[in-house]
Design a protein. Structure first.
Length: 121
């Protein structure tokens, strides 16, 4: 794993690392673009995480990009889903309540990969 604060992980395997972390987010939980970026050793790359998730549609195994929101719990990536309410509907099917495009009880539902996963080798 790259040293904290390093951008070494932004390269050919960056997207795959984003996808690996995203696949680990439990059903009914959410994380942020920044939390994923920090975990993979690229703390300033939250937007790049979003870009990777934008490109993840149709990949197998499924990548639950709907579980990734901004640092305030806002569904900032919803415009990249097929319908304007698709992201919210997917979260609500998992028991996550959303009001005005924001995850309710965000802090309680937040899943931090740095606390839940072992670093990539």
């Amino acid at each position: 794993m790259a040293k904290k604060g390093s951008r070494k992980n932004i390269g050919s395997d960056f997207f795959e690392q984003v996808y690996s972390v995203t696949r680990c987010i439990p059903h009914g939980r959410v994380t942020s673009y920044g939390a994923i970026a920090r975990f993979i050793g690229a703390p300033g790359a939250a937007r790049m995480v979003g870009w990777a998730l934008n490109k993840s549609g149709g990949r197998e195994p499924f990548i639950p990009a709907h579980r990734v929101v901004n640092r305030n719990g806002l569904l900032s990536g919803k415009s990249h889903f097929p319908g304007s309410d698709t992201m919210q509907e997917m979260l609500e099917c998992e028991g996550v309540k959303v009001d005005d495009n924001c995850v309710e009880n965000f802090e309680a539902l937040f899943w931090d990969p740095s606390k839940e996963l072992k670093p990539f080798s």
